[in-house]
Design a protein around this ligand. Sequence first.
Ligand code: 13P
Length: 252
Amino acid sequence: MRRRIIAGNWKMNKTIPEALELVRELRLGLKDCANVEVVVCPPFTTLSIVGQEIEGTAMSLGAQNVFWEEKGAYTGEISPHMLRDAHCRYVIIGHSERRHIFRETDEQVNRKIRAALGAELTPIVCVGERLEERQANKTFEVISGQLRGGFASLQSAEMQRIVIAYEPVWAIGTGQNATPAQAQEVHAFIRNWLVKAFDKDTGAAMRIQYGGSVTAENSAALIGQPDVDGALVGGASLKAESFLKIVQAAAC
Ligand code: 13P
């Protein structure tokens, strides 16, 4: 049985006082939700303080991006080692905003995944098609290309330390979530791809989150699908009330 995982991607939101306020509310509300893994991914500037605040709770810390080199002259970048130093256990890699706004390629995603694994971080690797690609019936082609490129040269044992997030680009921040059936269809495709590219055990073990306009209202139906193992939540993770409801929906 795969353990469900709910992660909050705060994106470029929250000052230090705002982050502390949110995480304190989460800490109070999360007491009874031990059977689902909960991850918060604040911006770099609040990682350390949020990390201190959630120590000893059921929550884990994640970052939203990472660079593949360990240290050196890479102005503006953050290394896997630095994320570990800030008590991160997870890192989001290849989010569609990074792919589309910052032109990240599958090859860069692959380098980041390998560096993160090397530092004992758990990558949350995002894949997803744009609206025009879905309309042109290219969803599976796009997703398999991202999987092939992102996971190039990885072994089964490494794959089993990775979480995948299926985030259709047209559903991100739009209020138009994928239907549970649409999500299940792509999640099953991804699992099947993992079985073929690696092996049965890898396909069965890997967790695949859904992301894209997940709310307190729609999360139970999405997470209730057989191949949906949790959610990567954007907007609804910025308020304790909605994020806690999503966690609760996954816990029961
Ligand atoms: P929203 O939940 O705001 O649509 O964002 C989803 C997302 O991009 C999470 O990584």
